[in-house]
Design a protein around this ligand. Sequence first.
Ligand code: APR
Length: 338
Amino acid sequence: MPIQIVRNDITKMEVDAIVNAANPTLMGGGGVDGAIHRAAGPGLLEECMHLGRCPEGEAKITGGHNLHCKYIIHTVGPIWEGGKYGEKETLESCYMRSLELAKEHGCETVAFPLISAGAYGYPRAEALRVAIDSVSRFLEDNDMTVYIVIFDRASFEIGEKLFRDIEEYIDDRYADEHAESRESRLLRSEMPRKNIFGSIMPTASADMAPAPKPAASSLDEAMKQLDESFSEMLLRKIDEEGMTDAQCYKKANIDRKLFSKIRSDKNYRPSKPTAIAFAIALELPLDETREMLEKAGFALSHASKFDIIIEYFIEHGNYNIFEINEALFAFDQSLLGA
Ligand code: APR
């Protein structure tokens, strides 16, 4: 999964490079800067003394010292002054310059804290958005695994309105699923399904359902009736959408190696998050998402918060997998991609 949001202490991350939210002196400080210097040991400060100052938006690299990483990349984020003094561009530059340095040093895995989202006062939801957008832009042309490390729940918001919206959407469905008796559930399954806008969702009625195939006369015949597999449908939809393979798997937050496995094996069985990630990348409507999932042996269920959150984003036409992952993370669910 090229971009992962994880809850951890960045000094515990076992990656090629961790990024430090430093100040221009590079002489250490509080927050993540202090934690990294404490964990790395005095040798880090010794090395930093020879680096000189680091301007805002720029990055400099040292060894990992006592940390579980080869390198520490020190970058200096903007101090938030209301958003009208180029803070966003400076923050974007912190991520891009750090990633370029990591690439120059052959790093395959990099971990970032939420730069500027602490003492420097950058609003956390926006700081996360800039992090995700900058990293995903870099990964369009580069293969790397990047972790956005969230230190504590308090430092993680997806925006109050969105969080509340999703919470209500879940409550409407999750509660029903878990509270109603079996009889009313059966009754409900006969009732027309409504989408969030109140209009009745088309149901697969007899005249809409494909005519049942005649029973196969032999095993050979049955094998011929096998439906299109998951990977066959995936490749067909990529062609129909006029996408390249790379555009699809990057939009799905899937790494290149896994995609080539799926491409080369028509009977490949993906995990559910992987199957959904491709449906999101292809921007499939709910019914086609269900069809694609079915081919991988899965279904969307209102007994699962993960599924309901996916349904929420598809119903709202929001196919930004990184926004969906932020929401999944905020609700303690596994993330999309692989
Ligand atoms: N692991 C991961 N993230 C952490 C950790 C940790 N051990 N400690 C703190 N964080 C998170 C904070 O919760 C925040 O979301 O890092 C983010 C950045 O917070 P700060 O460390 O305060 O960094 P920043 O806002 O960029 O301010 C930089 O603070 O420590 C000084 O010397 C530093 O002057 C510089 C300023």
